[in-house]
Design a protein around this ligand. Structure first.
Ligand SMILES: [Zn+2]
Length: 248
C-alpha cells in the first residue's frame, strides 16, 4: 500500500477528462502547484462531486501514481460561496485562480501564493472593498511575490525619496517629478505612492483592509496593469469574461 500525501490548498481548475473523471489543478502549501485526478468525480453519486470544484479550500489526500496524483480524500473547509454564487465576483475570482496558476510551480513552497489567494477571495466575498481594488491589490502582491514589483520608496534614477511620482514604463519603475521630465503619462499621487508602499510591505492577511478614492485607484491600477502584462506576456484567459461583465 502506497502512502498518501496530505496537502492544504485551493483548487484552481477542474477539467473533465475521460468518461467520468476530473483533472484538478491545485495550489498547495506543501507542494506548490500540483495536478491530480479525481476518479469518477463526474458521476452524480461520487463522493467528490461537490469537492472537486474550483475555489474549494481544504485538506486533500493524494495517492502518488506513476505520472500523477490521484485524489483519495478531500476535506473542504471553505467553498467561498459569496464569490461562486455571484456572477461578477466569480469572474474576478477566476482571474485570481488563473493568475495564481500562472505563477505557481511544482515542488516549491506554495504557502505565500496560497495565503494571498485565500485572503483575496475572502475580501472579494465580503464585499467591503471595491472588487477592482481587491484585484489590483492581489495583482500587485502577486508581482511582489514574483519579484516584479519595483520599489516605490525612491526615484529609480536619482534615488531621492518619493512623495508623488511618475511611473516610467521603459524602466518599469517610478521616477521623481524632476527626473520624469516629459514622461508624465502615468502620474502617481502621494496617496497612490503610499498605497503601493503599503502593498509592498504588508502581509497577505492585512492587505485587503484599505480603500482608495476613485482617481487614486485608477493611478495604481494603470501602473499595476503595465507591470502585470510585462510579467505575464500572454494575458489571462479569464480576464476576457471579466471585461465583458464589467464594461459599461
Ligand atoms: Zn529622481
Amino acid at each position: 500500500m502506497r502512502d498518501t500525501v496530505t496537502v492544504n490548498g485551493i483548487i484552481l481548475s477542474s477539467m473533465p477528462v475521460g468518461e467520468a473523471d476530473r483533472r484538478l489543478s491545485l495550489v498547495t502549501k506543501e507542494l506548490g502547484k500540483i495536478s491530480c485526478f479525481a476518479r469518477g468525480a463526474r458521476k452524480p453519486t461520487s463522493r467528490f462531486v461537490g469537492d472537486a470544484r474550483p475555489f474549494n479550500f481544504g485538506t486533500f489526500e493524494l495517492l502518488p501514481g506513476r505520472d500523477a496524483y490521484a485524489l483519495s480524500n478531500a476535506n473542504v473547509t471553505e467553498r467561498f460561496e459569496a464569490v461562486t454564487e455571484d456572477l461578477v465576483k466569480s469572474a474576478y475570482g477566476s482571474c485570481f485562480l488563473e493568475l495564481t496558476g500562472r505563477i505557481s510551480h511544482e515542488n516549491t513552497d506554495g504557502g505565500p501564493a496560497l495565503a494571498l489567494l485565500y485572503y483575496a477571495l475572502k475580501a472579494l466575498g465580503r464585499g467591503a472593498v471595491d472588487p477592482r481594488l481587491v484585484k489590483t491589490v492581489f495583482e500587485a502582491a502577486t508581482l511582489r511575490l514574483e519579484g516584479y514589483l519595483p520599489s516605490f520608496t525612491h526615484c529609480a534614477k536619482c534615488r531621492k525619496e518619493l512623495s508623488s511620482a511618475f511611473f516610467y514604463p521603459a524602466l518599469m519603475s517610478p521616477l521623481c517629478p524632476d527626473c520624469a521630465g516629459e514622461n508624465t503619462l502615468y502620474p502617481l499621487s502621494k496617496s497612490a505612492v503610499y498605497a503601493l508602499n503599503f502593498i509592498a510591505g504588508t502581509e497577505s492577511a492585512r492587505l485587503f483592509s484599505f480603500t482608495l478614492k476613485e482617481e487614486v485607484l485608477k493611478e495604481v491600477k494603470d501602473v499595476i496593469d503595465i507591470l502585470l502584462s510585462n510579467m505575464l506576456g500572454k494575458p489571462l484567459k479569464s480576464a476576457e469574461l471579466l471585461d465583458v461583465l464589467t464594461s459599461v
